[in-house]
Design a protein around this ligand. Structure first.
Ligand code: ADP
Ligand code: MG
Length: 720
């Protein structure tokens, strides 16, 4: 009884050198794998568990079946076989009989097993083969477990190199738990929340993850520890979000009717009223959420996620007009010139006929001017636009990152929309917020058409609020997706292209993805273009679009494709994002198994945008590997981007979904964004509850734990 219950911060301050039976060599071993404190040790979780009640003896094993036996090594030998390969053979024994295990190409096994000869119990997991009456396994999984007793044996990640065994680790964690027992381990989670979520206490969780009486205990322990990891992360993200919000001054936009006479509808209402279609339920909900943000004095920082074709543009324009109707300006930033130009065209026609009050003009009103600013804007026009943005006479700007160049100043930038967020760096996002004038920070809406599973979004974009457009406008044209293989498949694809073109429609041919080399990708696109023009698509107007072409040439081929003088567009993934040509009704993707699910889904979104039924043909030269097949089958099966995103997360694990942003995320030792989706949600909502409006974590003990996040994680968090 030497003090209050131990906190994680206390445990992090206690070095493992204080433990008994830890000599300098073992200390160094632990140092090598990053175990320095008792907290490191307690969070060095077992990789799996052996249930002794379910193990068999060697004699009981049936041929052809996978099973686990506990046995001891009797002898080991190694010899070279063909092609300089090494074969290690070890003889195992338990009380019932003998088992021979053969390891190919694992020369280090000899030394490993030799040091284990004798009394060390080893878990051997593999498929039993009978060879001339002898029991044997090839390349089984080997886990030395020592002379551990008890029904459930935890198996720790061990290190051959550092000479750390699972029984070392079990002994030390056992010692740590015993030493903690008199003071106990503190539980900072408010009881009420713990009960609501059905979680066990923290001390019991640590005990049961390391020394479970049965496997059900492990499950409950894991839940609690997973929740703790996720809660720490969410607390840090929500804290950062709230700090940002409370430290900067936003603009309270006048989102209600602008006119003094309530009978004259505001700009936003007039815009919506003039649309040729009613908003979808999801668009209305999104609009309301955004309007509520705009009206508040805090700057908005919101992510609008919506599948391809969900109608994000209307929602974005609505948000931007919310700023304009209150006398502020709005900007939309797109990742490419093609997209910026297309947005400008589309939005200009949406806004045609809409006017804003202007006391200076003869009629008392003027049209809403939409300026387009890209790298291609001629100098004189650019000067005019810059002046108009600076004096506020131009309310609406669309552009590429040319919008955030030094020379650009806005009189009063109120709302910024960033389209296709994944193409933008965080720094660019920050820069755009800074182009406003005065102290007020514009409201920021980030749009992405890459559906991300909700839980992943909560983690990757944890400092943003999330709006999901989960409903598509009615009457979308069907897209049939087929996966065709080999020469025959290809022939069918070109036939489909010819048929569509003969009916006056257009086709995309997407060239194989060559990662890391835009140059190779471009030359492969040129090759495909030449080959198709000379052979399968001879006689059709075939154009070429890739990332290394000059901007003017890109624009030119896009214009001609839109107009129909180019009938088939051979392109790299530059067409992935946002390109909108309603007459394009067929897409052929070459070597489709080289693409990821999200990318294929984006690509496919380029067709099915008009009134005619569309086809997407995924080609592979031969059968694909299991992952490739699973991806292509998923695309054939569904068009729902969120369903595909979930499948993607399942197939690839979170690392890839998170991309670079995930890399530093070492604090998640136990939690998986894939397996633990419901805990991510729970942690998010508890974090929102426990952080106040100014960014203070209201439970001091939990706040203190945030200092334990890895430095890397900290850097990651503050970067966003
Ligand atoms: P996204 O950017 O989300 O991929 P867009 O905003 O480009 O989608 O919209 C796709 C198409 O759907 C556009 O042609 C747009 O005019 C149309 N659209 C948007 N909202 C609706 C709606 N509520 N009803 C019918 N069509 C809609
Ligand atoms: Mg779009």
């Amino acid at each position: 009884m030497t003090g209050p219950p131990l906190t994680l911060v206390d445990l992090a301050a206690m070095p493992v050198s204080k433990l008994e039976r830890v000599g300098p060599r073992k200390l160094e071993s632990m140092e090598q794998v990053g175990i320095r404190s008792l907290l490191d040790l307690l969070t060095w979780y077992p990789r799996r568990y052996l249930d002794r009640s379910r193990e068999s003896t060697i004699a009981e094993l049936a041929a052809g079946e996978e099973a686990l036996v506990l046995a001891r090594v009797v002898s080991v030998e190694s010899r070279r076989v063909r092609n300089h390969r090494v074969m290690v053979t070890a003889e195992f024994r338990d009380r019932s009989g003998r088992l021979r295990c053969t390891f190919f190409n694992q020369p280090w096994r000899k030394q490993q097993l030799e040091t284990l000869i004798g009394d060390v119990e080893i878990a051997v997991f593999g498929r039993l083969e009978l060879f001339q009456g002898r029991r044997q396994m090839t390349n089984p999984v080997i886990d030395p477990v020592g002379d551990r007793t008890g029904r459930i044996i935890p198996v720790y990640p061990q290190s051959e190199k550092a000479r750390l065994t699972t029984w070392n680790l079990a002994e030390w964690t056992g010692q740590t738990l015993r030493r903690c027992a008199p003071r106990g381990i503190a539980d900072p989670l408010p009881d009420e929340i713990r009960r609501r979520l059905g979680l066990i206490g923290r001390e019991l969780a640590f005990t049961d993850i390391h020394q479970p009486a049965d496997l059900h205990d492990v499950h409950a322990a894991r839940n609690r520890l997973v929740f703790d990891e996720l809660l720490r992360l969410q607390l840090a993200l929500v804290r950062r979000k709230r700090e940002l919000e409370s430290s900067s001054l936003g603009i309270e936009h006048a989102v209600g009717p602008r006119s003094d006479e309530a009978s004259v509808p505001g700009l936003v209402d007039r815009f919506i009223g003039a649309l040729p279609y009613p908003l979808t339920g999801a668009q209305r909900r999104a609009g309301d959420e955004i309007a509520a943000d705009l009206a508040r004095p805090l700057p908005m920082h919101r992510l609008l996620q919506g599948d391809v074709g969900a109608g994000k543009t209307v929602v974005a324009v609505e948000a931007m007009l919310g700023a304009v109707q209150g006398g502020h300006q709005a900007a939309l930033m797109a990742p490419t010139e093609v997209l910026a130009e297309q947005h400008a065209q589309g939005i200009r026609s949406m806004l045609a006929g809409l006017t804003i009050d202007d006391d200076g003009s003869l009629l008392g009103s003027r049209p809403v001017e939409v300026a387009l600013l890209t790298g291609r804007t001629p100098a004189a026009e650019r000067r005019r636009i810059l002046a108009g943005l600076a004096d506020g006479s131009i309310p609406f700007a669309i552009g590429t990152h040319a919008l955030i160049e030094d020379a650009v100043r806005f009189a009063s930038l109120g709302v910024v929309v960033i389209d296709e967020q994944h193409r933008f760096g965080v720094e660019q996002r920050a820069a755009l917020r800074d182009v406003g004038s005065g102290d007020a920070v514009p409201d920021v809406l980030v749009m992405t058409a890459t559906p991300i599973p909700r839980t992943a979004a909560m983690t990757v974009f944890g400092d943003l609020d999330l709006t999901v457009l989960d409903e598509l406008p009615p009457g979308r044209t069907p897209i049939t997706t087929e996966w065709l293989v080999g020469d025959e498949g290809e022939a069918a694809a070109w036939e489909a292209v010819r048929a569509e073109v003969a009916d006056g429609r257009r086709a995309y041919v997407v060239c194989p993805l060559i990662e890391e080399s835009a140059k190779l990708e471009a030359s492969s696109a040129e090759e495909v273009h030449d080959r198709l023009r000379a052979g399968p698509l001879a006689g059709l107007e075939v154009g070429l679009l890739h990332g290394r072409m000059k901007a003017d040439d890109k624009q030119d081929v896009m214009d001609r494709f839109r107009a129909g003088s180019v009938q088939v567009l051979v392109a790299t993934t530059v067409i992935e994002v946002g390109v909108d040509v309603p007459e394009a009704t067929v897409m052929v993707v070459l070597d489709a198994d080289r693409f990821g699910i999200a990318q294929l889904h984006q690509l496919r979104g380029r067709v099915g945008r008009g009134s005619a039924a569309s086809r997407c043909i995924l080609l592979t030269s031969g059968p694909s590997g299991p992952d490739g097949s699973a991806r292509l089958e998923a695309l054939v099966r569904t068009r729902d981007g969120f369903e595909l995103a979930e499948i993607d997360l399942d197939l690839r694990g979170e690392g890839t979904v998170m991309g670079d942003r995930q890399k530093g995320r070492s604090d998640l030792r136990l939690a998986s964004l894939r397996r633990d989706r419901e805990w991510v949600e729970a942690a998010r909502s508890v974090a929102l509850e426990l952080v106040d409006a100014t960014g203070v974590v209201t439970v001091p003990e939990l706040a203190a734990e945030l200092t334990l996040l890895d430095a890397e994680d900290e850097a990651f968090l503050t970067k966003s």
